[in-house]
Design a protein around this ligand. Structure first.
Ligand SMILES: Cc1cc2nc3c(=O)[nH]c(=O)nc-3n(C[C@H](O)[C@H](O)[C@H](O)COP(=O)(O)O)c2cc1C
Length: 373
């Protein structure tokens, strides 16, 4: 059974990559990820002029994180040593670089290529720097940036896109036309995590990037759009903390996946857990390689107009196994479900319009859809 994957022509032993962030802030950290089983690592964002990080800069609520962290504190020159450490260890290193103009980006690209990185990831999508508003949203600017880099180096170039745009398909198309070999998505989501209502202040003093479990649906949507638009190597990112999350991205067309927040919250050992569970699932389902599952769900993704209207309504167990639970009847906006005092659920076939909400609301999976008639 094979977990081997391909990233822009680079063979990887599995699809799990450490994404750019504090867990990849140094050679030492990246080696920890590789030892835990990651097939490749993406450096924390490398820039030309380093700035000290603000304090505090990361907050957590539930499974979500918000950060206003601004890139690596190592200088470009210092990264030669950090990258060298990982290359000596035999690891696959992708340099995440960020610049403000095509020529500056090309300069950074040529420099880290000399340091020995295997590929590049262009940071044009940070929600807290200038990248997103200036380069990451505009297809023409993005095209120029990517083309300048592609023409300057001999290693494959991947571009990291943001979900905080309304023209993702056009941006992906610009990346492909400019000659990049891959797209990674998503970067963090521009956000304000909350407000301290006693102090009447935002929890962090500026807009930040939201990451972790809650952004996975946004990442999945972005990856599907990208895979439907371009024929590039796609690396899915956002909210991965279990093997099933990784499978969701692969089934929507991703070739590899990256993660960061779950490792910040739970440590590098999570990588081995995810890979072991993935391996067991593949064996149980008798799949011989990831090629057997890649893109399978994407094939079922329809445009809204293609969906056939079927006259289905809710159908379900009448005898509810959960006494006093009224989740289904409380949330039925069409008043079609009623739970009587004997805990029997009655479905009014006249009122039910087949919205389907009761199916996911019920904690005991009592409902399904059935033909009305
Ligand atoms: C604290 C923190 C710092 C990050 N720093 C960077 C960065 O320097 N460059 C970058 O491209 N992405 C950065 N990211 C974004 C992640 O690489 C990733 O795209 C995003 O967090 C979504 O994945 P996740 O839900 O697995 O964290 C950072 C994320 C976090 C949580």
């Amino acid at each position: 059974m094979e977990l081997s994957s391909n990233l822009m022509g680079i063979s990887l032993k599995n699809p799990l990559i450490l994404s750019s962030g504090p867990m990849s802030r140094s050679g030492e950290m990246m080696i920890k990820a590789l030892k835990a089983g990651a097939s490749a690592v993406v450096t924390e964002t490398i820039i030309n002029e380093i700035r000290p990080n603000v304090r505090p800069r990361i907050i957590n609520r539930g499974e979500g994180l918000q950060n206003i962290r601004l890139y690596s504190e190592f200088s470009l020159e210092e990264w030669e040593r950090e990258i060298g450490i990982v290359k000596e260890h035999g690891g696959v290193v992708i340099a995440n670089i960020l610049a403000h103009s095509p020529s500056e980006m090309a300069f950074l690209a040529r420099t880290v290529e000399k340091y020995g990185v295997d590929a590049l990831e262009l940071g044009v999508s940070s929600p807290h720097g200038e990248g997103l508003s200036i380069q990451g949203c505009d297809p023409l600017n993005l095209y120029k940036m990517v083309k300048a880099v592609v023409e300057s180096v001999n290693i494959p170039v991947m571009v990291k896109l943001s979900p905080s745009v309304n023209n993702l398909a056009a941006l992906a198309d610009a990346v492909e036309r400019a000659g990049a070999k891959g797209i990674s998505a998503i970067n963090t989501v521009r956000s304000i995590l909350g407000v301290n209502i006693d102090e009447m202040t935002p929890l962090l003093p500026t807009y930040g990037g939201y990451s972790g479990e809650p952004i996975r649906p946004i990442g999945l949507g972005a990856v599907a759009t990208i895979c439907q638009t371009v024929d590039l190597s796609v690396s899915g990112i956002g909210g991965i903390s279990r093997f099933s999350h990784l499978l969701e991205y692969l089934m929507l067309g991703a070739d590899t996946c990256q993660l960061q927040s779950a490792l910040i919250l739970h440590g590098f050992s999570l990588i081995r857990e995810i890979l072991d569970e993935l391996q067991s699932w593949m064996e149980e389902k008798k799949f011989s390689s990831l090629g057997d599952i890649r893109g399978k769900a994407l094939n079922h993704l329809k445009s809204f107009d293609e969906i056939v209207l079927e006259p289905k309504i809710a159908s379900g167990l009448q005898d509810c196994p959960l006494p006093r639970c009224t989740l289904c009847s409380d949330s039925c906006t069409y008043n079609a479900l009623e739970k009587n005092e004997k805990d029997l659920v009655e479905i009014n076939r006249e009122l039910c319009t087949g919205c389907g909400l009761c199916i996911s609301i019920c904690p005991r999976d009592c409902f399904s859809m059935a033909w009305n008639g």
